[in-house]
Design a protein around this ligand. Structure first.
Ligand code: ATP
Ligand code: ZN
Length: 283
């Protein structure tokens, strides 16, 4: 059987979460920082550790079959690859920012202005869509210092907390793109079965992250009220307790409305609520 190759970031913001995700999929490999390739001992897969900039093209060209990289890099490099799975980490927003004292008040104010960025392709598409002609200046590092140096009137960059903007006298002006890490695949991939197996494993890890396993005790007269609060679950398990008239309910609750649901369950008579992380959910 042909061995698959997956490219992940060697070091940087996506490295740790990418390694963690693959390990949670039950893949055994050494995470040597010094090596470029690490074989997986219990799955026909090799892990290539690369700079994130190189991952989209490696996957497009088939040097790697799969890759984990930010959507921003895929957009910027304009590669032809399959989007296989959003991964829920590495979230960030690409924004245009302007100096606090700028006289630019709306998008059309960017006409004729210089915008510094490491993402000229994404910015170019955004400006064209909005009928704006700016002078895009490609800078590879520390884009945010360029207005202060008189090199540009605005910047376009990844912003997460906004702290870097603030400390450089800049303010957010327009959101252009949301990004997160994504699993991409080569367009002409052959090993479909193996890839599907890997995607299934990744999805089961992601699903587990989104939910918590909850066990609670409730008296039989309040049981229906508790069950009514648990839609989406096919049928919670109900186990009799040694104390007559009481049962334990086992169920899963989505992380996103977790606290709201817990307080509703308490009001409905749930007691002794125990919450546990879930490792995998296989459907
Ligand atoms: P490399 O050495 O691999 O080229 P890099 O310095 O270009 O690394 P990182 O800063 O590690 O890249 O960011 C990798 C990706 O992480 C980004 O392309 C983006 O998708 C995502 N990301 C998430 N949050 C942020 C953030 N606050 N700043 C920068 N990137 C972020
Ligand atoms: Zn990079």
């Amino acid at each position: 059987m042909k061995t698959l190759k997956i490219a992940i970031q060697k070091s940087g913001r996506l490295n740790e979460k990418s390694v963690e995700l693959l390990k949670n999929c039950g893949l055994n490999f050494e995470n040597y920082k010094s090596s470029l390739i690490s074989p997986v001992s219990n799955f026909p897969l090799e892990i290539l550790f690369l700079r994130d900039d190189d991952i989209p093209e490696y996957v497009q060209d088939g040097i790697a079959d799969l890759g984990i990289v930010g959507e921003n890099m895929i957009e910027e490099t304009e590669v032809e690859v399959n989007y296989l799975q959003r991964l829920g980490f590495g979230k960030c927003t690409l924004k245009i920012a302007i100096p606090n004292n700028s006289d630019i008040t709306d998008l059309s104010g960017l006409n004729g202005k210089a915008i510094a960025t490491s993402y000229p392709a994404i910015l170019g598409k955004f400006l064209t869509k909005n009928n704006i002609k700016s002078d895009i200046r490609m800078i590879s590092g520390s884009v945010e210092i360029s207005p202060g140096l008189g090199l540009s009137d605005a910047i376009f960059d990844i912003v997460s907390t906004g702290g870097t903007l603030k400390s450089n006298g800049l303010k957010p002006f327009a959101d252009v793109m949301q990004s997160e890490a994504i699993l991409i695949g080569n367009k002409n991939i052959e090993n479909q079965d193996l890839i599907q197996e890997l995607i299934d494993r990744i999805q089961s890890v992601l699903r587990a992250k989104e939910t918590k396993y909850v066990v609670l005790n409730v008296s039989k007269e309040n049981l229906q009220k508790v069950i009514d609060l648990l839609p989406g679950v096919k049928s919670p398990s109900v186990v009799p307790l040694a104390e007559g008239g009481w049962v334990a309910v086992h169920t899963v609750i989505p992380e996103r409305d977790f606290w709201g649901k817990i307080s509703q369950l308490k009001q409905a008579g749930a007691q002794g609520i125990v919450v546990m992380p879930i490792e995998k959910i296989i459907v």
